[in-house]
Design a protein around this ligand. Structure first.
Ligand code: PNS
Length: 158
């Protein structure tokens, strides 16, 4: 079965990669779907850069592929005959944020959302927080894959 792991991934973290791998183990095939407008950069990395970093970090996993989409998520899943989304859940804050989206997506197209509890070692990791830590010179080793850590460092300090 093929599922979609959607998100902005600006940039992908170790927490995201853990979810992609576990989703692939459980469901078989994962499409990591980077959402955003390719013509209008918002955030630190362009859509293309985000995709390249995810590809580099999942190159060893033949059942994880990367794509992008700038419209409604459900239009992508319907177009590709995909019936399930998989997302990570870190806390009750994520729950409050995710529940309405899961219910709206289900109402719009019938797509189901499955949640995997984040591994506790990544429970406090977010793209926003790691970017801020790198920006001000802090150490994020173990929280970002090496190529991503390097790319963030280059954006802020070169
Ligand atoms: O990693 P993020 O930024 O929390 O991911 C949120 C994302 C990309 C899953 C959400 O913003 C989304 O689904 N965007 C696509 C547009 C869409 O379908 N919006 C309606 C959702 S109910």
């Amino acid at each position: 079965m093929k599922v979609v792991c959607p998100g902005s991934f600006d940039p992908v973290t170790m927490g995201h990669l853990d979810i992609f791998r576990r989703a692939a183990d459980q469901f078989g095939e994962v499409v990591v779907l980077v959402t955003g407008n390719p013509n209008k950069q918002s955030g630190l990395f362009s859509l293309e850069e985000r995709m390249d970093l995810i590809r580099e970090c999942t190159a060893d996993h033949p059942h994880i592929t990367v794509d992008w989409w700038s419209g409604l998520l459900v239009d992508y899943t319907t177009k590709h005959g995909i019936t399930a989304l998989v997302k990570g859940l870190r806390s009750s804050l994520d729950y409050e944020y995710e529940l309405p989206m899961a219910q709206m997506n289900r109402r719009l197209s019938g797509v189901d959302t499955f949640f995997l509890f984040t591994d506790p070692q990544f429970g406090y990791v977010s793209s926003t927080l790691v970017k801020e830590v790198v920006k001000y010179g802090g150490d994020v080793s173990g929280l970002l894959p090496a190529p991503v850590a390097k790319a963030v460092e280059t954006k802020y300090h070169h």
